[in-house]
Design a protein around this ligand. Structure first.
Ligand code: B12
Ligand code: SF4
Ligand code: SF4
Length: 392
């Protein structure tokens, strides 16, 4: 490293990598910030696949070009954190008829815990590189940066047909983060051997071969082409990002998935190389997977705040979680849940009421009219009345 902020290959660059690994990142690699890489993003947005995530549209130009985020950016430090829980903990994650949580959410919110690592990484950068390193931007799913594209560019892994950044060491189970800097750091090589194809876009499915397990397993057919996920059909979007009603035609596909979806990740053969994560930047909350559906359906605002404190679930809010729980209950076919669902059909939120009505009618078409007689008589909201009238 010299006073102009050049960090060429060699001892100093490897010292930086060593110190960032020691903080708790499981992958630390470097990419040159020069070429924009948003070709795929623009097509995806033009097709409306971002659903109502308007913030994706607003920040599209920045996402495609690091220079618009940090003028004069020269390098991207791309970081990965392995969150594979190991086979034993994973086996406990869900049993039949238990609500199923995406693995990533069974931690204190990773945006917070990994951010602490990024703050520490910034200090390392400053101490190693001095004034030239002082201005940088760091993100962990928190900024306008195409994290998977940069990770592929830096050689952390390849973009799978499921859209995920897949690592040969960690499979699909890597959180990604990025630091944009004006330092000139010699880049690491990507896994592809050929120059980049169209518009700086990393090829999807580089190491997938003929495999198509992810697209075949997706319960809602959300993978429309290799590497392309239509958020409108994706259970992860519907159960986390969508604040409104879950489209009726997608509810059955959600199965037991109460928050997020790991189906296209867990079927991937590259996971066989994954080892249990070190979790230096994570705090596990595996006990959440043991909550029964009955407990979730009975959550009060106070209990919700207590159970999901510090987790990403708190952003969904109680109404969002109850909405999802009603869908899972409907799919379970479990008549023992009917009393809890009938109670939720009188909930103060029309969103919860609508999904509770759907669930009661799904579980027991013959009993539904009788069970819902009172709530139906009192119902004034058009969206909920539509659920009473719909075919299930
Ligand atoms: C919006 C979003 C979603 C949306 C849309 C998903 C999607 N397909 O993009 C929804 C809510 C559905 C979602 C779901 C999930 N998400 Co999400 N999501 C994001 C977010 C915020 C933006 C992704 C994005 O830009 N999408 C638009 C598409 C078009 O872009 P893309 O998939 O990144 O791929 C493009 C780039 O790679 C680009 N590209 C190609 N070559 C190059 C080269 C360069 C240099 C550059 C810059 C770009 C580039 O072109 C590709 C498109 O063709 C990122 C965080 C971030 N800031 O990047 C997390 C992120 C992608 N999600 C993540 C996770 C964990 C998930 C889930 C697994 C959560 C779950 N269990 O429920 C699912 C997986 C669904 C799936 N199969 O993709 C992780 C993925 C980690 C990994 N190893 O890949 C991320 C990176 C968050 C993080 N910091 O860890 N997500
Ligand atoms: S996360 Fe689930 S719904 Fe979304 S593409 Fe993957 S398998 Fe399909
Ligand atoms: S499941 Fe198969 S096709 Fe899908 S990402 Fe993994 S290797 Fe590629």
């Amino acid at each position: 490293m010299n006073p102009t902020g050049e960090v060429r290959a060699g001892e100093r660059r490897e010292e930086l990598r060593r110190r960032l690994l020691a903080i708790g990142f499981d992958e630390v690699r470097f990419a040159a910030a020069a070429d924009p890489g948003g070709g795929g993003l623009h097509d995806w947005l033009a097709a409306g696949m971002h659903a109502d995530m308007a913030w994706m549209e607003r920040t599209a130009a920045k996402r495609a070009d690091a220079d618009l985020v940090l003028p004069g950016a020269r390098s991207v430090i791309v970081l990965g954190v392995n969150y594979w829980p190991g086979a034993t903990a994973d086996a406990k994650r869900s049993t039949a008829n238990q609500p199923r949580w995406a693995r990533y959410v069974l931690h204190d919110d990773y945006h917070d815990t990994i951010k602490a690592g990024l703050v520490a990484a910034g200090k390392v950068l400053e101490s190693l590189c001095g004034a030239a390193a002082a201005d940088y931007r760091y993100y962990v799913d928190t900024g306008p940066v195409l994290e998977r594209g940069w990770a592929a560019r830096a050689g952390i892994g390849f973009l799978g047909k499921n859209g995920m950044l897949i690592s040969r060491q960690h499979g699909n189970w890597l959180f990604l983060a990025a630091i944009l800097t004006r330092l000139d750091i010699a880049p690491d090589a990507p896994l592809r051997k050929k120059p980049l194809p169209d518009g700086g876009r990393e090829p999807a499915g580089l190491l997938c071969g003929k495999c198509a397990r992810c697209a075949e397993a997706c319960p809602t057919q959300a993978i429309t082409a290799p590497g392309v996920v239509d958020a409108r059909r994706c259970i992860s979007y519907q159960t986390i990002e969508n604040k409104g009603a879950i489209p009726r035609e997608l509810r059955a596909g959600i199965g037991h998935g109460i928050y997020g979806c790991d189906v296209c990740l867990e079927v991937c053969p590259w996971n066989r190389f994954a080892r249990e994560g070190r979790r230096l930047l994570l705090a596990t909350r595996y006990e959440l997977a043991e909550l029964s559906l009955r407990e979730v359906l009975a959550l009060t605002p106070a209990r919700f705040a207590e159970v999901f404190r510090r987790t990403a679930v708190k952003r969904l809010k109680l109404t969002g979680l109850l909405r999802n729980a009603c869908v899972v209950a409907g799919n379970s076919g479990d008549e023992a849940l009917l009393p809890a669902l009938v109670k939720l059909a009188a909930h103060e939120s029309p969103l919860v009421r609508a999904h509770a009505v759907w669930a009661v009618r799904k579980i027991s078409p013959p009993k539904a009219d009788e069970l819902l007689r009172e709530t139906r008589a009192r119902e004034m909201d058009a969206s909920v009345l539509a659920e009473y009238a719909a075919t299930v």
